[in-house]
Design a protein around this ligand. Structure first.
Ligand SMILES: [Cu+2]
Length: 117
């Protein structure tokens, strides 16, 4: 997960530099500056929204495995991964195969679902 994120950030940063260089060479044509990727610190405080499908629920561990769609705010491609939950009660309503809309935050190396429905 970390490696993928880092690679994507590098890719985004590189394309941003290219866009900037092109803009300098072509000052007659106004061009939107590429947005800077969020820093790790900014990401840590963000609530991310995503859609996905429940793959597995583990109430004991307080973990739900979700096949989520791309999460632009995290630079994540679609993938299947485990999320912790802020409140284990969130897991009670979930069934395998269920389509969900959820919100999560990053806490250190963990991704914690704060809302799911
Ligand atoms: Cu993921």
């Amino acid at each position: 997960m970390k490696k993928i994120t880092t690679t994507l950030i590098v890719a985004v940063t590189l394309s941003a530099s290219v866009a900037f260089a092109q803009q300098k060479m072509d000052t007659m044509k106004p061009m939107d500056m590429a947005k800077k990727p969020a820093t790790e610190a900014q990401m840590a405080q963000m609530t991310h929204k995503a859609l996905g499908v429940v793959k597995k629920v583990d109430p004991k561990a307080g973990v739900v495995t979700l096949a989520h769609e791309a999460v632009n705010s995290m630079n994540w491609p679609p993938m299947t991964m485990g999320f912790k939950v802020k409140d284990k009660a969130l897991l009670a309503k979930l069934k395998e195969g269920q389509k969900v809309a959820f919100e999560f935050v990053q806490e250190g190396d963990d991704y914690v679902v704060t809302q799911i429905k």
